[in-house]
Each structure stands twice: as C-alpha cells, then as structure tokens.
Design a protein around this ligand. Structure first.
Ligand code: NBP
Length: 479
C-alpha cells in the first residue's frame, strides 16, 4: 500500500480535493467513485496527479498505508451513510474516516458514535470554498477526536488555504463540532449575501446608479473595512454584461434565489438553542419570499403608499449605505458567534472562537480581513458574549448608527424591502434597551396560562389571580 490518503466520491468537490492532495510533494492519493467512469475520467484528465485508482472498496483499502485515512466527498445524507457502511467493512481500528461533505451536525454526532464502536475514528469535517477552494486550498473545520486530529492534522494543514502564513484549519471540537461550525459559516454567508444585495438594491433604486457604477462602488468598498471575497465577486457579477441581450447580466437573471438548506439548518438549530440569529433568518426568508412566484404575483396589486426618496448628495448616500451594510454585517457575525457559543455549551464542545475566525480568513466564502478583528476581540476576552459589545465592534456600530437609521427609515418610507438591514438594527436596539416589552408578554402569559413571572423588586416567582380577585400570590413551581 502506497497511498497516504484516499478520496471517495469524485464529483466536483472530491476530484478537486484529490488533485489538491496529490499536488503536495510526495503524496500518493487513492481514489474511488461508485461509478467507475468518473474515476477513469479523472485519471485520463490528470495523469500528472499519479492517482491510485480503486474499482471497489477492498482495493481502495488495500492501496492505503496504515493508519488508513479516507475523505468522503459524496452527496450529504443517505449516500454518506452508504459509503461509511462500506468503509467500515474494509477499514481497521485506528483508521480514520473523514466526511468532508455538508452533513447536518446531528448526523455527524450519530455517525461518530456508531463508527467509534468499531475502533475506527470518524471525523466530520466542514470544507468551505467551493470547487476552487477544494483545488487550491479550502478552509477546513474538522471535528472528531483529538487522536484523529493528531494523525490527520498535518495533511489537512498541507492542503488548507493560508492566511497570514497560517493554515486555515484547526481542530474545532469533538464529534459534530466541525460540521456545526461549517453550518454557522454558511448561515453567516447567507446573511452577508443578503445584506450586500440590499445595499445594491438601495444604490440602484434610490441612488440611481447603474450596475456597472455599483460594481465600481463595491470595488472601492473592497479596499476598506468591508474588504471580503463576497464584496469582490459582487462587483464582478454586477459588471458582467449578457452577451445575448447586451443588458447587465443581473437584469436577465430570474430574481428567485435558491438554497441548499444549510442556511435553514442554521436557523433551525438557533431556534432550538434559543439564539436570535435574526439577520441569518431574514436572509433565508428573503430567498423563500423571492422563490414564491404565486404569492408575489398575487401581491402585485397591493397598495404601496410610498414616499419618494430623493437623494441630494449621492456620495453621502453611498456612504450611508456602506455604513449600514457594515453595521448589519457586524450584527450577523455577532449573532453567528453567539450561536457557536450556545452550540458549544449544549453539545460540550471546547470551541475556541478566535481560532474559528482565524480559519475563516482565507479559503472559505465569507473570507475577509474583518475576521482578524473577531480573533482579536476573543483574544482580549475569551468569555465575550455578543461580539457586538467588544470595544472595536461597539465603536464601529456606534459610528455607523446615524447612517444605519437613515437607511432603514428611508427604505421603510420608500417601500424598499431591507429585511436584513432592518432586523439587524431592531436586534441592536433590542439588545441595548434597558427595558423591553417582554414584561408585557410575560404578563400575558401569566394571564392565560398561569406561566408566572419574576419581579424587578424582590426574589421569587409570582402569579396574579387573574380570574379571581387579581391579588398576587407567590408561586411555588414554574411552568
Ligand atoms: P454531489 O453532492 O453532487 O455528490 C455526487 C457524488 O456522490 C458522486 O461521486 C456520486 O457517485 C456520489 N454518490 C451518490 Br450521489 N450516492 C452515492 C452512494 N449511494 N454511494 C456512493 N457514492 C454516492 O458532489 P459535490 O458537489 O462534489 O459535493 C460533495 C460534497 O461536498 C457534498 O456533501 C456537498 O454538500 C459538499 N460541498 C459542496 C460544495 C460545492 O461548492 N459544491 C462546497 C462545500 C461542500 P456517482 O458518480 O456514482 O453518482
């Protein structure tokens, strides 16, 4: 056996990852795909990689040096279980199975538990960066045991993206921690994309800029604190002209955004954990709304009652939008990291938040310089709750506030939907409020369900006898 590592599943992601692995000095990589044609095609296209091709799992296992390490890159869900079942048959205790697909973290927890009983290590590893990242260096978020990390860490470091000289991979935590963090990454990605889209919409509809002009604005923003891969590609998409019609491509793309589910998973998990990831949720819902043609058609005749938003100083308007975008982005990341903190507490993962921000600086879709500020914030205070309260972010949001309020208020009057901008501002105002109307909600709950309440002025749990004489009693149990 000569191969140092193997890849199962040779579609876009798997073949690119296999080529990345094979491109490192001295690496021999074993490859297997369910349908052999894909394996043959990869071998024919990339003879330079020196792949060791296997026709079945027995051959695959025999070609791997011990302890065997295999990365699964197949469709998430049942296909992943099918491949694991096969690998477990031919692998031995001490070997390592890495699932690099987009698995739901609870599936990873289940699989890790089952595979561990055989003595084989199972690692759920989130891999971000699409096909380009897989080939040239992705951001890798592995979970699993510390022993597995010890053994496979060096090879993952050798293929990961590099940010400021450091590989974008770290042992996130045990069992499903890696896939959980990858899920949050994708949720933040949804919010980031939606916020950028809202900024574009305002610049276009209120600022009156053309897509090409907005591309220039984004390119300019990309030299400052908003510098990120998503801002960079947004400029490129906006600059693209459709060959068939001569129109900006963005104008001929159907305005219905699809989704593969990881954003929805983030929101579902956050709902379970009780963490308000409102920016991410609005981004997921905005895609759902866009993809509801029947409802949108039926609503075309609804009244608008909008006010005209005329902009006198276009430069000042652009700056307002930029600041609103930056503040909302800080909220999205703050909420995402709060979800990581809550997930870590719920599932007993020792997740180093600053390390997560570090491994997102390159390779992945949300890569941005801004992540350095997050790492610094957690270095200053590892127990930090609500990232937005860290001095750097509090200052950044504070100076953006007047712009942010003008944009959200203006959009509401003009009838331009800004769900992520607006909900992020509402979240911010809710978070900093010294008193919330939750007191009234708690009163309502006590009225109809005897759910009790606590008082601001003394210890204990109380209930008002709403259907009796409306006196207050001290309640013994809470509902
Ligand atoms: P796909 O998600 O399209 O999966 C295709 C692969 O799964 C093929 O190799 C196929 O084999 C294999 N497969 C299936 Br389908 N059912 C199987 C089964 N029962 N047993 C064995 N193999 C089976 O590939 P992808 O787009 O390269 O993505 C791979 C993974 O990486 C996914 O989990 C994805 O979510 C994740 N991911 C993708 C991206 C991206 O940008 N595309 C980014 C990050 C993560 P066959 O050739 O025989 O049909």
């Amino acid at each position: 056996p000569t191969a140092i590592i193997g890849v199962v599943g040779l579609a876009v992601m798997g073949s690119n990852l296999a080529r990345n692995l094979a491109s490192r000095e001295g690496n021999t990589v074993a490859v297997y795909n369910r349908s052999f044609e894909k394996t043959e095609a990869l071998l024919a296209e990339h003879p330079e990689a020196g792949f060791v091709a296997a026709k079945d799992y027995t051959e695959f296992a025999a070609s791997l040096a011990r302890p065997r390490t295999a990365i699964i890159m197949v469709k998430a869900g049942r296909p992943t279980d099918a491949v694991i079942d096969q690998l477990v048959q031919v692998f031995e205790p001490g070997d390592i199975i890495i699932d690099g697909g987009n698995a739901l973290f609870t599936d990873t927890i289940r699989r890790e538990k089952a595979v561990r009983e055989t003595g084989i290590n199972f690692v759920g590893a989130g891999i971000s960066g699409g096909e380009e990242g897989a080939l040239n260096g992705p951001s890798i978020m592995p979970g699993g045991s510390a022993e597995a990390w010890e053994s496979m860490g060096p090879i993952l470091k050798s293929i990961a993206a590099v940010a400021d000289g450091e590989p974008c991979v770290t042992h996130v935590g045990t069992d499903g921690a890696g896939h959980f963090v990858k899920m949050i990454h994708n949720g933040i990605e949804y919010a980031d994309m939606q916020l950028i889209a809202e900024a574009y919409d305002l610049l276009r509809r209120v600022g009156g800029f053309t897509p090409a002009e907005i591309a220039d604005i984004f390119a300019e923003w990309n030299t400052g604190e908003l510098e990120s891969y998503l801002i960079e590609i947004t400029a490129e998409v906006l600059r693209q002209v459709d060959a068939a019609t001569g129109s900006p491509l963005v104008d001929v793309i159907l305005d219905q955004a699809g989704a593969k589910g990881t954003g929805a998973w983030t929101v579902q998990s956050a709902l379970d954990l009780g963490v308000p990831v409102s920016g991410i949720a609005e981004a997921v819902f905005a895609r759902s709304l866009s993809s509801a043609p029947a409802q949108r058609a039926a609503a075309q005749s609804l009244p608008a009652s909008t006010e005209t938003w005329s902009v006198d100083d276009r430069d000042a308007f652009v700056e307002d939008v930029r600041r609103a975008l930056y503040a909302s982005k800080i909220i999205a990341y703050s909420q995402g990291f709060d979800a990581i903190v809550a997930g870590a507490a719920e599932y007993n993962w020792d997740i180093k938040k600053g390390e997560i921000a570090k491994i997102w600086r390159a390779g992945c879709i949300i890569r941005a310089q801004f992540l350095n500020r997050i790492t610094e914030a957690y270095a200053d205070d590892p127990e930090l709750v609500a990232l937005v309260t860290a001095p750097y972010f509090a200052d950044a949001v504070g100076s953006a506030l007047p712009s942010w309020r003008r944009i959200v208020a203006g959009a509401a009057l003009a009838g331009i939907p800004t769900p992520a901008f607006a909900s992020s501002l509402s979240y911010y105002d809710g978070l900093r409020a010294d008193r919330l109307p939750a007191a009234l909600v708690q009163g309502q709950r006590d009225f109809f369900g005897a759910h009790t309440y606590k008082r601001v002025d003394r210890e204990g749990t109380f209930h008002t006898l709403w259907s009796g004489d409306r006196s207050e009693i001290e309640a013994t149990d809470t509902h």
